[in-house]
Design a protein around this ligand. Sequence first.
Ligand code: NCD
Length: 299
Amino acid sequence: MKHILTSDQFSREELLEIFEEARKLQEAAELPQIMKGKILATVFLEPSTRTRLSFETAMLRLGGQVISIPNAENSSLNKGETVEDTGRMIDIFADIIAIRVPKRGQVEEFSRQVTKPVVNAGDGTGDHPTQILLDLYTIWKNRGTLDGLTMGLMGDCAHSRVLRGMARMSSVFEMNYVFISPVELRMEEDVKRLLAERGRGVRETISLAEVIGELDVLDVNRIRHEYFEDQERAQEIGKQFILTKEMVLKGRQQLIVLDPLPRINTVLPEIDELPQAKYFEAVENGVFVRMALMKRMLD
Ligand code: NCD
């Protein structure tokens, strides 16, 4: 497992091993300083708060160090240096590279330029495997299993790397899916094809109210307005997918609500105190999942 590029590169066994390792680290009385002498480079050419800080926290808490390009404006990319040349430089300095870029497929291209292991921390509308890992780990920790669960994926299924990635990664388990999105923002065919190949049930609807009672997990992501020409339309659609406390209470008692955040017309703060709300717990879990993953990549 050299590079982590996509959500469908993991087998079921690999996922369970990563989850076990993350849990071990999370339960340790003291964190092992296994990253001593190692340097993580975080290269974020698209906005980020959680993902970058989570990677950096994971590295620092395991005794390693961090160097960072926190935004494109601050680097020679702004002077016109290519991503390829930037990659060659970072390769000289770091032992492991977490990178976010604006275009789908661009992390993969980048990974071909470097010798050090690369983690995709988001490539446009493409994928975001560590976000999915931490959300799946959160479900696994709370439910003890992933098999047999029905998962709702709600919002901008067309552009959300998180919703796309979640369907792809989780489908090595025996899960069923309901995609909840406006008709023009439906899940792409490549994802549906993978789920069909893996024999997973899929339904599509525009109405959460219709399906809320059937869900074990509801993963929501905002309408990704950055991909819209018509910003007013993005706003208008966004408002149709706000998740209220009233709606959550109509669901099963064991429902798990996830949101990669930021919450822009997604989970209302009135949900935060409900036991169903697991999005902040997921942020905490994410540090340990990234520790487990980086350990595996450098082993
Ligand atoms: C997500 C992302 O960047 O894809 N955020 C994150 O990494 N926690 C979701 C989003 O921006 O909507």
